[in-house]
Write a protein of this length. Structure first.
Length: 291
């Protein structure tokens, strides 16, 4: 990025430590005031630029801000955290298409921390429930919400705290890959003119249990959501070839559906890119592995 020239890739090279000074990539953290609740943050992005034959594109690995409190996320629709992520993602997109470098197609991937619209999800999952509010004795601050069925012996359906999202039936997030809840995945909609994503056909990628014997189990800390994504510019979309015989050569999926991979399931996009007249010249595999 300093010389604005490509370097031939041979063998393996490892860059570590002071990545900010590495000429083969661009690394930035978000300004501190973007997420004032966090005193120090690793959140930001890393960009590398690649050229295969005559096809140039950027790979941008991103890590956006999380939801600090389930209770605050539940208060408004969209949540305040959604607005913070919107601002940060807009910052990245503006940086990678500014006037410093030639504009090329780009893929943005990583932990976007996109969450489902918490208020809408709770209202849907607990449509026939009554809500009990529990406040702290000293501050009168809401510390817990309990949603109970109106009948059925007032069975507890959902318990909500700052770092607790305990819904009684996790199958709703796994059945048919949770696609019934995709309507509440709304954070990307504000970028529809700038970013494209293939259809999601895998279950929410976060937060999975870190117990090695529970590869399919979600933790009850957050509402399961598709935090981990691979997005692209509309020009990058045109690089992805469609097979003439309907062979599935474009794959957007997650890794290790039945195996413990940590609290996130890695997501990958596999496709062929075209150059010039549209002849396939290479297989390019991108794998987003997040913290």
């Amino acid at each position: 990025f300093l010389a604005k020239k490509y370097k031939k890739v041979t063998g393996k090279e490892i860059y570590s430590d002071t990545l900010e000074s590495t000429p083969m990539l661009e690394k930035e953290k978000f300004p501190q005031d973007y997420f004032p609740e966090c005193k120090w943050s690793r959140k930001g992005f890393i960009r590398t630029r690649w050229c295969i034959t005559d096809c140039a594109f950027d790979l941008v690995n991103i890590h956006l801000f999380h939801d600090a409190s389930n209770l605050i996320a539940w208060e408004t629709s969209p949540s305040v955290y959604s607005g913070i992520r919107h601002k940060a993602l807009g910052y990245v997109l503006d940086r990678i298409i500014d006037q410093r470098f030639e504009k090329v197609s780009y893929f943005v991937f990583g932990d976007f921390n996109f969450r489902l619209d918490a208020k809408a999800v709770v209202e849907t999952l607990c449509a026939k429930a009554t809500m009990q509010t529990i406040r702290a004795a000293d501050t009168n601050e809401v510390v817990k919400l309990i949603f109970r069925e109106s009948d059925n012996d007032r069975k507890v359906m959902l318990q909500l705290e700052k770092k607790l999202f305990d819904y009684f039936n996790q199958d709703v997030f796994r059945d048919n890959n949770g696609t019934a809840l995709l309507e509440f995945d709304r954070e990307l909609s504000v970028f529809k003119d700038r970013l494209y994503e293939l259809d999601i056909s895998f279950p929410p990628s976060y937060p999975y249990s870190e117990d090695s014997s529970q590869g399919k189990q979600y933790m009850n800390t957050r509402c399961p959501a598709w935090c981990d994504r691979i997005l692209m510019s509309h020009s990058a979309k045109e690089l992805i070839l469609k097979s003439e015989n309907d062979e599935k050569i474009v794959i957007y999926d997650h890794i290790g559906p039945n195996v413990c991979m940590g609290d996130h399931k890695p997501v990958f996009l596999s496709f062929r890119i075209a150059a010039g007249a549209g002849k396939p010249i290479a297989n390019v595999h991108k794998c987003c592995v997040v913290q």
